[in-house]
Every structure is written in structure tokens, then in C-alpha cells.
Design a binder for this molecule. Structure first.
Ligand code: IMP
Ligand code: MG
Length: 183
């Protein structure tokens, strides 16, 4: 694995994002909706840097990935989000194809949010398959599979304190790759 962003760089990125969000948002209350599971480390760091009143909700979204490619998106449909009339910040770890955030943005608007803005720690340049705008982006990355700081490979490695790119040798041999990963 190759370290792309060390702990200090990640913290500086979150500082920068929190300042940008605060300047754009002002003092009005925020309903933050974090996309599980990848968002956990990022939002833990982000919320402690925000000064406006913040409510936090979490929503589960996951896609099957054989190795590192996406499959059908699954959203947990069972939960009623209390967001009618509220100003929402949707927060995810990474914007890749954009299918996850596009689907969630629609769902939040349907649920009556007064406004929906989106923050992501990472955006993979040139990978978006659907038209989607992220209002706040921490870091731009080239198209590569990354792990750590909440992001997983087959549900592992979320606990790395830095962000690393997987290299060819890090993947298991063909035939051993069909496990579920998501979030
Ligand atoms: P999208 O719907 O393709 O934009 O996928 C977004 C979701 O896929 C993210 O919330 C992540 O959970 C996952 N994902 C996309 N790229 C990566 C990656 O490089 N490492 C780990 N997870 C990823
Ligand atoms: Mg995710």
C-alpha cells in the first residue's frame, strides 16, 4: 500500500473543509446525515470543528463490490428520517461514480428537506457516471482504490489512521475475491 495522505494532512484537510462549511452555512442549525459505514471517522473529526447547532443522523448505503467495482446500490429503506423543513448536509467519505450520493440527495429532497448540500472528504477525478455536484470536497484523487480513515477494502482497513492506495500486490489472487463489501 502507498500512503497518500498522512494523519496531519487529513486533519488539515478537515480543518479546511470545516472552515469552508462554516463560512457558507453561518449560524443556522444543520442536520448532518452521514452515510455509513465509510463516513464514521470523517464525521467524528468534522463535527467537532463546527460551531452551529448540529443534529446528526446516519443512513446506511452499500454496494456490492467484487474486488473494487460497484454493484447495485442498497439503501436501508426502513428508517424514517426526520428532515422535513430542515437544512441538510449529506456527508460521505468518497465520491466515486456518484450513484450513492445522487440517490440519497433525491431521497432527502423527497423527504421534504428545505435544502440539501453535500460534503465529501475525497473525490475521484473523472469517475462520476451521473451528474452530481458536491458542495464541499476535501481532496481530489486520481482513479485508484483507497483505504483507511473509514474507507474499507472488503470491510477491512477502515481503522488505518492514514489514507492509502491499494497496490496490485495488496489484492488477493483471483478466485478469492467474491466477498461482500460496502458502505
Ligand atoms: P459511488 O456510488 O460509486 O460514488 O460510491 C460511493 C461509495 O463507494 C463510497 O461511499 C464508498 O463506500 C465506496 N467507495 C468508492 N470508492 C472507494 C474506494 O476507493 N475505497 C473504498 N470505498 C470506496
Ligand atoms: Mg460509503
Amino acid at each position: 500500500m502507498k500512503v497518500l495522505l498522512n494523519e496531519r494532512q487529513l486533519q488539515q484537510g478537515v480543518d479546511r473543509l470545516a472552515a469552508e462549511i462554516s463560512a457558507a452555512w453561518g449560524p443556522r442549525p444543520m442536520t448532518m446525515i452521514g452515510v455509513l459505514n465509510g463516513c464514521i471517522v470523517f464525521i467524528a473529526d468534522l463535527i467537532r470543528r463546527l460551531k452551529m447547532p448540529v443534529r446528526i443522523e446516519l443512513i446506511q448505503a452499500s454496494s456490492y463490490r467484487g474486488q473494487t467495482t460497484r454493484g447495485p446500490l442498497r439503501l436501508a429503506a426502513d428508517r424514517q428520517l426526520e428532515i422535513r423543513g430542515r437544512h441538510v448536509l449529506l456527508v460521505d467519505d468518497i465520491l466515486d461514480t456518484g450513484h450513492t450520493l445522487a440517490a440519497l440527495q433525491n431521497r432527502l429532497r423527497e423527504a421534504g428537506a428545505a435544502s440539501v448540500r453535500t460534503a465529501v472528504l475525497l473525490r475521484k477525478a473523472g469517475c462520476q457516471e451521473v451528474e452530481i455536484h458536491a458542495d464541499f470536497v476535501g481532496f481530489e484523487l486520481p482513479d485508484q482504490f483507497v483505504v483507511g480513515y473509514g474507507l474499507d477494502y472488503r470491510d477491512q482497513l477502515r481503522n488505518l489512521p492514514y489514507l492509502a492506495a491499494m497496490e496490485p500486490d495488496d489484492f488477493p489472487p483471483a478466485g478469492q475475491q467474491n466477498t461482500f463489501s460496502g458502505g
